[in-house]
Design a protein around this ligand. Structure first.
Ligand SMILES: [Zn+2]
Length: 338
């Protein structure tokens, strides 16, 4: 259990290979041509293989649950079937996001790969369970008639066994899978050929698969892309710096990236409507970021449906000198508002 709980961050305190990687990156960040400039956050924390393996194992478990639930739901009410692939994506991605958070898996790529594989696994399991149920129903239908015929002496036991084999012929998982995906459009399993034809059925299947993968991968990738400390692997903690009048988010980001901290701060005005630019500073809870960290710039805006939405514009790695003028200006804007 102790080994399980050891976070990936702690492992880099051990002497040896891992320390060189982040110190090396730190050194690269201090290169003269980019000094003093904010740059987009890039995941740099060392993530233990154990964390990736644990996440994969949890994702597989989650996928089994999602597949079984989807199968059960499709038995309850048929119209829900169209909603099942996105629901599978959400269950797989959402549960994986929680695990990613706990395991400090701050690398989007493995998270996306695991989520995609888990979504495929869930859909495959649902298909297998659907097939088994359908086959059992068909066998039961035959067996109901068999008892009657046997009692009436219409057919011998041997004949009935042959009839049964003929009745179930072709009811293999392989053939069912082909029909379900759309390669086989004879309607052998449903009684009717697919409404949209072979091509339509294939397109629908591909769309459902990609939708489940996209939702799961987006959710897990977003969780893993949250800023983590490059030194210790801990998730950086968010602190609100304040908000400014809208319309300046991209220009603030551009000036910070150009190394113009004072120029970025000069753009800040107190917010005058609900639409605004919001700023947060995310920093290592163990203090590895000093006064800096990751500056998150987001926009609050009205959607076409007249709802307020929050959109992330950038996550910038900043040092104290880059963020302090902006933070001071935001404090001043807040006081002016009061
Ligand atoms: Zn740290």
């Amino acid at each position: 259990m102790n080994d399980e709980q050891r976070s990936p961050g702690e492992s880099i305190d051990e002497p040896g290979a891992s320390s060189s990687s982040w110190r090396g990156r730190r050194a690269a960040r201090g290169a003269p041509d980019t000094a003093g400039r904010a740059r987009p956050y890039r995941p740099a924390a060392v993530v233990a293989r154990r964390a990736i393996a644990s996440a994969a194992a949890w994702a597989a478990l989650g996928a089994l649950w999602a597949g079984a639930l989807a199968h059960a739901a499709s038995r309850l009410f048929a119209p829900v079937e169209l909603l099942l692939p996105p629901a599978i994506g959400a269950v797989v991605g959402g549960s994986l996001a929680l695990v990613i958070r706990r395991l400090r898996l701050s690398r989007p790529r493995p998270a996306i790969a695991i989520a995609s594989a888990a979504a495929v696994l869930a859909l495959a399991l649902q298909l297998v369970l659907d097939f088994r149920t359908l086959r059992a129903e068909r066998e039961a239908r035959f067996d109901r008639g068999r008892a009657v015929r046997e009692a009436a002496g219409v057919a011998t036991r041997q004949e009935l066994a042959e009839y049964r084999a003929a009745w179930m012929e072709g009811w293999t998982l392989w053939r069912y899978t082909r029909a379900r995906i759309g390669f086989d459009d004879t309607g052998a399993f449903t009684g009717t050929p697919p409404v949209l034809g072979r091509r339509g059925a294939l397109v629908m299947s591909a769309f459902e698969l990609l939708l489940a993968i996209a939702i799961a991968a987006a959710w897990a990738g977003r969780a893993a892309g949250e800023p983590a400390c490059a030194a210790c692997g801990a998730w950086r903690e968010r602190r609100a710096l304040g908000s400014a009048a809208h319309g300046v988010a991209r220009e603030v980001v551009a000036r910070l990236r150009g190394g113009d901290a004072a120029g970025a701060a000069a753009l800040v005005r107190p917010p005058d409507t609900h639409e605004a630019v919001m700023f947060w500073l995310l920093s290592c809870p163990a203090g590895h970021d000093g006064d800096g960290g990751v500056l998150r710039v987001s926009e609050v805006f009205w959607t076409r449906r007249r709802r307020l939405a929050l959109q992330r514009i950038a996550d910038l790695e900043v040092d104290g000198a880059a963020v302090e003028p902006l933070a001071a200006e935001l404090r001043a804007a807040e006081e002016a508002e009061e």
